[in-house]
Write a protein that binds this ligand. Structure first.
Ligand code: G3I
Length: 441
């Protein structure tokens, strides 16, 4: 690649700066290899400033812990309720984060009216739920857990008994087809737990279902591995094999609800192993932890998360960050395009007298998105306006606090992480560089 700089006004030739050093947040570190790092979020914690501070700083993908489940979104049949889910989705999107939808169809956390249904009435109610909720959030969800936890534990390798399963074995594929029709842009995932060990019957059962779906054209794009670990259910040594074998079926794999009970270096090593397993699989596109601080966890007594109850980084946090920072050469999707721009890799806005300069440098590129970085000189108190052109959309940011005056304009300010910030653009086929301009704040 060339290191020539195209100046917005007048000619200038500079040498592009080398790739920046180690990233200082989980999201920024994961983005170096094109992945995301997410967390589950509870709506009732969005007023907790410590919680929100960590959320905004560290994560670029959000899953509603309970608020998008069937009992929350359709408490009475045909009456949908999105208040708490919307709070989470809007908070995430306002911060440039993406959203994993969880979950459209599940035997658990069904509203009371659904628990009492069976047969055709239940099948139709489930499909209507999938259609309504996925339609409501159309265009806002990166990936949906369309069906959650439909396989039995133990040695059978078969389906879990449930009222949904009793409507017929095809209920899962029916749900996936309804979700695809409702939101064609969302990746559609099957999500489950105890599917981490390749030799377990449950893992094999899910694998056979995904293999069957792919062979018959049932729309499935990804498999979520919840990854709830503890001493009785430790991280298996063949975890990488499991992820790779599923990916080889032609689906993305994602770690969707990671938590590991324990403390200190033992816990840190286990986290490291899980993250390394994901990073070693090209189609492992991201990792989500199931909560922020230990005290936020559904199993708080096991202290299974990356931040302690006061919001301090634990040893597990540091090990995850370090592994992510060492993975920058691994790219999760094939960076292909015959139309992406080649040539200069940076562009610099002119500096007003007493003002500041913003230099845009292109980052990694993928089929559907690209990264860009902006370095500001001349002041530490900058306001940079980044404008993208339709149908581009900025879907993630790092090392900045962003506001959004309109859909294609982002106003970026320092967030304490220096004078270089970055963002990911979902380009929709438009590879034009964003324009950047700088003002002293
Ligand atoms: O908010 C109510 C509160 O008002 C009430 O007083 C209290 C008394 O029971 O319940 C509170 O709701 C609880 C809710 O979490 C919010 O804390 C529910 O009882 C409780 O059942 C619910 O647990 C959730 C669990 O799913 C339900 O199955 C956990 O928060 C949530 O972390 C957990 O998440 C699941 C994933 O969706 C799927 N994979 C497993 C994972 C862990 O179980």
């Amino acid at each position: 690649m060339s290191t020539l700089v195209a100046a917005a006004a007048g000619a200038a030739v500079l040498v592009a700066s080398p790739a920046s050093g180690a990233a200082s947040t989980l999201a920024a570190a994961a983005q170096q290899s094109g992945r995301y790092f997410g967390t589950a979020v509870a709506a009732n914690k969005l007023s907790d400033s410590t919680y929100v501070g960590i959320l905004n700083r560290e994560f670029d993908m959000v899953t509603a812990e309970n608020e998008m489940k069937m009992d929350a979104t359709e408490p009475s049949q045909g009456q949908f309720s999105y208040g708490n889910a919307d709070r989470i989705v809007n908070q995430a999107r306002n911060q440039g984060k993406r959203v994993r939808g969880h979950a459209l169809a599940w035997h658990s956390q069904q509203p009371g009216w659904m628990q009492n249904m069976s047969g055709t009435a239940l099948r139709n109610a489930m499909l209507n739920h999938v259609t309504q909720v996925a339609s409501y959030y159309r265009g806002k969800i990166y990936a949906w857990d369309v069906v959650n936890e439909a396989f039995a534990d133990g040695s059978s390798g078969g389906r879990r008994d449930s009222n949904l399963q009793r409507t017929g074995n095809d209920w899962i594929e029916a749900a996936f087809r309804a979700a695809r029709a409702a939101d064609p842009g969302a990746k559609l995932c099957y999500n489950d737990y105890n599917t981490d060990n390749w030799s377990h019957a449950k893992t094999q059962g899910v694998y056979r279902m995904v293999q069957d779906f792919k062979s018959r054209g049932v729309p499935i794009d990804c498999v979520g591995f919840q990854a709830h670990f503890n001493s009785g259910n430790p991280v298996p040594s063949n975890y990488h094999t499991t992820l790779q074998n599923f990916a080889n079926l032609g689906v993305d794999v994602q770690i969707t609800e990671l938590d590991i009970e324990g403390s200190g270096s033992t816990q840190a090593q286990q986290y490291q192993g899980v993250v390394q397993a994901c990073l070693s699989v090209t189609r492992c596109t991201g990792i989500t932890v199931w909560g922020i601080r230990d005290t936020d966890s559904w199993r708080a007594s096991g202290t299974p998360l990356l931040f302690d109850g006061s919001g301090n980084k634990k040893a597990a946090y540091t090990s995850v960050l370090n592994v992510l920072n060492n993975a920058s050469s691994t790219v999760p999707t094939t960076p292909t395009s015959t139309t992406d721009p080649t040539g200069p890799t940076t562009t610099t806005t002119p500096q007003n007298p007493g003002g500041c300069t913003a230099t845009y440098r292109e980052g990694q590129k993928w089929n559907d998105r690209f990264n860009g970085e902006v370095t500001v000189s001349g002041t530490n108190n900058w306001v940079v306006t980044v404008t993208v052109s339709s149908p581009q959309r900025i879907i993630a940011t790092w090392n900045t606090t962003a506001t959004w005056p309109s859909a294609n304009v982002m106003v970026a300010r320092p967030n304490g992480n220096g004078n270089t910030f970055g963002f990911t653009v979902q380009h929709g086929g438009n590879w034009n560089w964003p324009s950047v301009s700088c003002q002293v704040g």
